[in-house]
Ligand binder design. Structure first.
Ligand SMILES: [Zn+2]
Length: 108
């Protein structure tokens, strides 16, 4: 079973949600740091099994290859649960800025 590590997100693999995929944290330190900030967890570091679910990525972050869904490299999770969690404004801005600065979803 894999949980999504974004604070407030209840998605996990054991629920039968075929539209949701789970993605491991990137190796690139800068990118990884942005992901960690986007989870909105304080003093937390991802473990090797930590994942973020596809609900936090813009649909343009994904590509389909032979029936599997892949997350484009350099994608940043910028979408958060709205109702259940109060979004810290600075965190959200940080994530969005990161995308704008040059690590957008598109691989070109
Ligand atoms: Zn999630």
């Amino acid at each position: 079973m894999v949980n999504c590590n974004v604070y407030g997100c209840k998605n996990r693999t054991e629920r039968n949600q075929p539209n949701i995929t789970f993605h491991r944290f990137p190796n690139n330190p800068q990118l990884k740091d942005a992901w960690i900030k986007c989870t909105r967890r304080i003093n937390w570091n991802p473990k090797s099994h930590s994942r973020i679910c596809s609900k936090h990525f813009d649909p343009s972050c994904f590509q389909q290859k032979s029936n599997r869904t892949y997350l484009n490299p350099h994608s940043i999770p910028t979408l958060f649960m709205k109702a259940s969690v109060r979004i810290r404004h600075d965190m959200r801005l940080l994530c969005i800025n990161f995308v704008v600065i040059g690590a957008s979803c598109a691989v070109k």
